[in-house]
Design a protein around this ligand. Sequence first.
Ligand code: ACO
Length: 452
Amino acid sequence: PKDVGIVAMEVYFPSQYVDQAELEIFDKVSTGKYTIGLGQAKMGFCSDREDINSLCLTVVQKLIEKNDLSYNDIGRLEVGTETIIDKSKSTKTVLMQLFESSGNYSVEGIDTTNACFGGTSALFNAVNWIESSSWDGRYALVVAGDIAVYATGNARCTGGAGAVAMLIGSEAPLVFDRGVRSIYMQHAYDFYKPNMDSEYPVVDGKLSVKCYLHALDKCYQAYTEKATQTGIKGKEDNLINSSDAFVFHSPYCKLVQKSFARIFLNDFLQEPSPDFSGRYAGLESLRNLKLEESYFDRDAEKALMAASNSLFTLKTKPSLLLANQVGNMYTPSVYGGLASYLLSASPSELVGHRIVLFSYGSGLASAMFSIKITKDLGPKLNKLLENLSNISKNLQNRVKVSPEEFDKTMKLREETHNRAPYTPVGSTEGLFPGTWFLTEVDSMHRRKYDRV
Ligand code: ACO
């Protein structure tokens, strides 16, 4: 199959949010810590009416409806998530309810889990399937979804929630580059969920940032080498110049800006004769900087962020809309970044662009890969972009909830997590049209849902 890639996309986030400036006051931290220090404006969250199954039901049905597809068109469906409500039954099997009336039970794939990386692993499986002898000619559907919540404390403000569905097929408008996928995986206890009774992770925040930046260095170096070998970039050129956009998994927006500075540093260290009167002005003292020793080097970070700021503004900042407005959605984060980037320019401006993506999941699993937008503005690309255009409207149509209410909701989720039988008490009134919600958990933990 030719041009395997993303044919259609759908993004879902909750219809309620808490304002980060108000949360700073509520949490009694210094003004600006969340909004400027971490770069976050709003955080989406779910009441007890939504769980991982409902998020995925919502995003899948919306994608199918908006693209006039039949459930018979799907030959593979896979969910990437770290929001586990059942240790055996996959969310994918719950989604099979949507397929029943079509009579299509022949759908490969189950769930994939490793922190924020599960969606990417599911995506790679889908691409591999289409490129393999197992492919039966139908589309693959990849769903990344999570509810990201932290215990009270300094990590809570880096939560978020949402789901992204991607229809994968051949002759796609967003084509995955072949031969450049770069992987870095290692054992680390930076963020993990050993407590089965709680939605909250155990997190070593500082270590997680170090692991993220280390994985980024490794993926960037491997990707750069493969991009040179495959001719995606010229031998003499650097990767930042030869790509139009860099989209990162975003735990919080400031880390993404630091990440862009980090790839800028990688380019700088690789450059045989850096231009100290131009792009690398003022960076002479960093010429011998060791990557391994610089994760928390504040002076170097400051200088690199200043030097790379205009390139960051051009190539990465447009991808941060959802990350800034919804927060870290975990597995969908990097794909929310992709959707945000696609929203940021007119279709004719996007044509021919190459987008490099970095996906990171604690524990740790990471990858860098890239997408080329087709050269011509055909009906498929138009449709894909048009379907994303409701994102901005939905962001504005959300309801702001006070930090007190947010805190109460978190306590309710804490107390009722995994309870059976349980009848959710959250209101369903404010949910966006077409949202699935939980109506009941019976005494055998069987969950029932309905749709707004
Ligand atoms: N005005 C402006 N900036 C401020 C202010 C203020 N009033 N107060 C603090 N800041 C800055 C700090 O200087 C710091 O910026 P810097 O790192 O650029 O210097 C930033 O705000 C954050 O402050 P810290 O004191 O470092 O924050 P803290 O240690 O309390 O928590 C952390 C931050 C570790 C990210 C925490 O939120 C966390 O653990 N989050 C979850 C883990 C995470 O997201 N890890 C990332 C990769 S793994 C993943 O995706 C889950």
